[in-house]
Design a protein around this ligand. Structure first.
Ligand code: SF4
Ligand code: SF4
Length: 85
């Protein structure tokens, strides 16, 4: 399974990782003001969280031998043009 490492000492709590991930990987701990990798098995390896982290606090370590993320089978949370508001 893909591993997403966070350097919590470097993390500034900007929430960008939580915002840019379009699948169900991240949650945010409001009390600690830090992100949580809650469902790494859903990561689709886009690398956006790592690229957008201005603090350089994220490293996505890919496991190319892992099966397709379950979210591919379930369907993405948001269907373009059909989002419920
Ligand atoms: S994008 Fe980086 S600095 Fe911002 S909350 Fe996520 S890990 Fe922390
Ligand atoms: S690499 Fe992409 S899919 Fe995986 S946690 Fe980061 S933003 Fe989400």
């Amino acid at each position: 399974m893909t591993t997403i490492k966070i350097d919590y000492d470097a993390c500034t709590g900007c929430r960008m990782c939580f915002k840019v991930c379009y699948v169900d990987v991240w949650r945010y701990d409001d009390e600690q003001d830090k992100p949580i990798v809650a469902y790494p098995e859903d990561c689709v390896h886009c690398n956006m969280c790592e690229l957008e982290c201005a603090a350089g606090a994220i490293e996505v370590v890919y496991d190319y031998d892992s099966p397709w993320p379950p979210i591919i089978e379930r369907g993405f949370p948001y269907t373009p043009g059909k989002a419920e508001i």
